[in-house]
Ligand binder design. Structure first.
Ligand code: BGC
Length: 743
């Protein structure tokens, strides 16, 4: 047997040094880091005065140009301000931060927030459009670039993603979310949170995300912004909650309470949603910021009698940070004295804010490198990504006789309409610091795409709104003298977004008349929609051979549209929201209940309309391609499963056409009989695949209790025995159905 050599003292020392170095270089585990954060939060909390604590719960907005307000300096110096909204660019955040870090007693860094929704300087398609890509990884990419650009402007927090489900397109903010479906909405919520925050939001180039607006805001009655919402807890949990829960699962650091009252209780003072669900059930340990002055608005709601009561109710319900109104600060001391607030409640709110500030690494790295602003904004690379995402977000709604794509060598083309050369509207609402002059308009995109011999004639035709048809003659002449006419119609930037509810989904102004006049010129006519919500465009659908839903697609709009019109990109987007025929059908959504009298064409006494069809213009999940796809061989792996079991669903998808293209294969289920009526269809899986001509692929989906279950009358999530239908198809209407049983 070999004898072990004794280690000499020098080797021993060396070993020790190596072990020590290893120990020191091993990054702390997340649990260690977590404990460390809690320890630091508590130590800091113990040193804070009441005024300093309330200061951490205050957020104030900056000036419109991104500068902080003069009064902020004094507030920060005294430790009376925790966060700002909109202070950005030009070293402004660093300047104010320096006051916090060098002149305030406790040197607690400020948190700089802003609404970076779908891009900061490089503007990506509106979120509704990105959801039409049915590819959440694209939203993750765009959010990650948006984070990088925001960070470069000195920001560390974005008030996004907006994950409100919207079933009523009259509501302008439908533009900011992922549409009507909770499953698709949850997928996009996760992706956006990951994109903004990454694995670790303390890293340079990442920002803290905020899931908003908690909750039910998208169900505003009549589609009128800020309006009341009424719904059962069952609907709340199964339709409106899932994207928020998905944001939490993805690690979102903050939530924003909403403006609306929910079943009589304003959501910025709603103990059920803010505490029972968010904290007790979901164990969320980040903080909640109120929406803009929504604490003060409790008075208008008729929920609080005065400012002091508003503060009292909001903090106790679970709002931690107050945006813009200052009632926590003005009345906190009195509320504590009167025992309406407890010290523990205040401390908990402050603890949540500080926890996030520590997790953000703000105490170690309070400043952002100002030179980034010059290099990180609107890079060639981010423009390339914006163009790709815009192309993948567009939806081909009609294409009779292969009107599209057009040849680049077309002899002449008339580019018509108020949105053909509009560089502002394609940026959409909440376009960060995006600049109109950076936008590629459709006219510019088309000119850059066609051959040098092609004659391009532009005619505006009319404005987006207004009564004048003075430009029609010129527009019709342009169409007549060209081989083909492309008409760009839709909405202006400020028509979709916050405070932009509309009573009609018709095209505004004289735009429909313009399309009619141009189509009458007799040339192949293509309509391109640039808009932020589903439009009602029945006449166009019936009379024009090709329609492209391009949405408000951001900085690279015009290039992406030209890519599609001329066939460099084959459209593959699908609608994330139902398109109605007429506004009066609203709310119309695919995952509705069946009723006792489902619509029947020949039976008057069924659930339909006297004066319009009950069916949508285009169903949820609809979208065409320049190629054709065939879905076949839909099969389930079992005829029976247990309530806790899983089942595999397989299907083949084949490109039967002549071009490479993308298909989004969608899987829906229906729980046929249950103790609470279930929707006629519910999306539970989707895959966007790219296939070469002739190529075929087998896809697999796995359904488990999380897909098959629902909240029953006792608000328990259960899978009930009985028959289930599984439907696989290219949209929510054209599906192949199989059944199985849960036993
Ligand atoms: C909106 C929020 C936004 C906030 C700050 C409010 O009016 O509802 O979505 O984050 O303003 O700009």
């Amino acid at each position: 047997m070999k004898r072990r050599k004794h280690l000499r003292p020098l080797s021993l020392l060396l070993c020790l040094v190596v072990v020590l170095a290893l120990l020191l270089s091993t990054p702390p585990s997340s649990a260690q880091r977590g404990n460390d954060v809690e320890r630091r939060v508590n130590a800091l909390l113990a040193r804070m005065t009441l005024a300093e604590k309330l200061g951490q719960l205050q957020q104030l907005d900056g000036e419109g140009n991104g500068n902080f307000r003069p009064e902020h300096l004094e507030l920060v110096r005294k430790g009376l301000l925790g966060s700002t909204l909109g202070v950005r660019n030009g070293g402004q955040p660093n300047k104010l931060q320096r006051v916090a870090m060098e002149e305030s007693r406790l040197k607690i860094p400020l948190l700089f927030g802003f609404d970076t929704i779908h891009g900061y300087r490089t503007i990506f398609p509106i979120p509704l459009a990105e959801a039409a890509s049915w590819d959440p990884s694209l939203a993750e990419r765009s959010s990650s670039i948006a984070a990088k650009e925001s960070y470069a402007a000195g920001l560390r927090w974005t008030f996004a993603p907006m994950v409100d489900i919207a079933r009523d397109p009259r509501w302008g903010r439908i533009t900011e979310g992922a549409g009507e479906d909770p499953f698709l909405g949850a997928a996009f919520a996760r992706a956006r949170v990951r994109g903004f925050q990454g694995d670790d939001y303390s890293q340079p180039g990442k920002v803290l995300a905020c899931a908003k607006h908690w909750v039910g805001y998208g169900a505003a009655e009549g589609g009128r912004d800020y309006n009341t919402t009424e719904m059962s807890e069952q609907t709340l949990r199964s339709i409106y909650f899932p994207p928020f829960k998905a944001a939490i699962d993805a690690g979102v650091g903050t939530f924003m309470s909403a403006f609306n009252a929910l079943n009589g209780v304003p959501t910025s003072a709603n103990h059920f949603t803010l505490t029972k669900v968010l904290r007790d059930e979901w164990k969320f340990d980040g903080f909640v910021v109120s929406d803009y002055t929504s604490v003060k608005e409790l008075i208008n709601h008729g929920y609080a009698a005065n400012d002091k009561e508003a503060a009292w109710l909001a903090l106790n319900a679970g709002v931690d940070m107050e945006m813009v109104s200052r009632l926590f600060n003005q009345h906190g001391a009195a509320l504590l004295n009167e025992k309406k607030w407890t010290q523990a409640t205040i401390d908990e709110a402050v603890r949540r804010v500080l926890r996030i500030k520590f997790r953000l690494g703000l105490f170690e790295r309070p400043y952002v490198d100002e030179s980034l602003e010059k290099t990180a904004h609107l890079t060639a690379e981010s423009r390339t990504v914006a163009r790709e995402i815009a192309g993948k977000s567009m939806v081909l709604l009609k294409n009779d006789r292969e009107t599209l794509p057009l040849a680049k060598t077309v002899g002449s083309i008339a580019v018509i309409g108020p949105l053909a050369d509009d560089n502002r509207s394609p940026l959409g609402w909440w376009s960060g610091d995006g600049k109109d002059e950076d936008t590629v308009t459709p006219l510019t995109g088309i000119r850059a795409k066609v051959s040098s011999q092609t004659k391009v004639t532009y005619a505006k035709g009319c404005d987006i709104t207004g009564d004048s048809d003075a430009g029609f003659v010129e527009a019709v002449a342009a169409a007549r003298s060209s081989d083909v006419a492309v008409v760009f119609v839709g909405e202006s930037k400020d028509m979709a977004g916050e405070a932009a509810s509309r009573v009609t989904l018709d095209l505004p102004g004289r735009q429909m008349d313009l399309v009619k006049e141009v189509a009458r010129a007799g040339k192949p006519t293509i309509v391109v929609l640039i808009n932020g919500r589903p439009p009602a465009i029945g006449w166009i659908v019936d009379n024009v051979p090709a329609i492209l839903e391009a949405w408000m697609a951001g900085t690279e709009s015009g290039n992406a549209i030209a890519d599609i019109l001329f066939g460099d990109v084959n459209p593959g987007g699908k609608l994330p929201v139902t398109f109605p025929r007429v506004t009066g059908q609203v709310p119309i959504y695919y995952n509705h209940l069946n009723t006792g009298r489902p619509p029947e064409a020949n039976n008057r006494y069924t659930a339909k309309y006297f004066d319009a069809p009950w069916t949508p213009q285009f169903p949820f999940g609809f979208g065409l391609s320049y190629t054709q796809f065939k879905i076949s061989n839909v099969a389930v792996s079992a005829t029976q499963i247990r309530p806790d079991g899983t089942i595999r669903v397989t299907a083949d998808v084949e490109n039967t056409g002549k071009r490479a293209g993308d298909e989004v294969v969608q899987l829906y289920i229906r729980d046929v009989t249950a103790t609470i009526t279930r929707p006629v269809k519910e999306l539970k899986g989707f895959q966007r695949v790219t296939l070469q001509p002739g190529a075929k692929r087998s896809l697999e989906f796995v359904l488990g209790p999380e897909h098959l279950g629902f909240y029953n009358r006792d608000m328990k999530f259960v899978v009930e025995p009985g028959e289930f239908r599984v439907m696989v198809g290219s949209n929510s209407q054209d599906v192949i159905e199989k059944t199985f049983e849960v036993r």
